[in-house]
Ligand binder design. Structure first.
Ligand code: PGA
Length: 219
């Protein structure tokens, strides 16, 4: 599965351009919240975040019920940008996961170490801690922070090491890789037999998504 995280980018025109690609159900578009209720045709949609709260007096929040209302099938939980900018932690993330499960939305729990943690070999501890809130309904997205938006990607061996670690420790969940994935490296990344990828920067480039679609079809 290929998850396209538009982050705080995109508009109604981009949706129209994406509709011409005829993306199949292997692709999930994750637009900013205000676009979630637009007409996506047959495109599967997901959300980039959800509130830890349910409906009520929480100004500015989007709840799991609201996501269910617009037919979002997946939702990111704990993307490193959310952990960093909005101080999301295991406590609030765990509530988000519960809310999503209650509305039958698949949580995609994002985990990943920073470059210091990779270099001083503490990354397994970091990942273990982030994984401690995993539930059987979750998909795990391994996104090393040092790889997001940098063009740096782990070696296939490094991806396989983490994928096996996650699958062996937590009831064999689906594992995605994310971080600087694009049309020129996705084939090599998928050869590690991860279950899919989470794509940021390249996901708002229609031509690039088209190339990715062709690569997936020809596998
Ligand atoms: P990137 O972002 O593809 O731009 O590295 C990935 C992500 O943040 O999910």
């Amino acid at each position: 599965m290929i998850f396209l995280n538009w982050k705080a980018n995109g508009n109604k025109n981009l949706i129209e351009e994406f509709k011409t690609l005829n993306l199949n159900t292997n692709f999930v578009v994750m637009p900013p919240h205000h676009l979630l209720s637009s007409k996506f045709g047959t495109i599967t949609i997901g959300s980039q975040s959800v509130s830890q709260f349910n409906n009520g007096s929480y100004t500015g929040e989007i709840t799991a019920q609201m996501l269910s209302d617009v037919n979002a099938k997946y939702c990111l939980v704990g993307h490193s940008e959310r952990r960093n900018h909005y101080k999301e932690n295991n406590e609030s993330l765990s509530k988000q996961i519960t809310n999503l499960i209650n509305y039958n939305i698949t949580p995609i729990l994002c985990i990943g170490e920073n470059s210091a943690e990779r270099q001083n070999n503490t990354y397994f501890n970091v990942l273990n801690n982030q994984l401690s809130i995993c539930r059987k309904e979750c998909i795990i997205a391994y996104e090393p922070i040092w790889s997001i938006g940098t063009g740096l990607i782990p070696t296939n061996q490094e991806i396989i090491e983490i994928k096996n670690f996650i699958k062996n420790s937590y009831n064999n969940p689906k594992v995605l890789y994310g971080g600087s994935v694009n049309a020129s490296n996705i084939k090599a990344i998928l050869s590690t037999e991860v279950d899919g990828t989470l794509i940021g920067g390249a996901s708002i480039k229609v031509d690039e998504v088209k190339q990715i679609q062709q690569i997936i079809q020809n596998r």
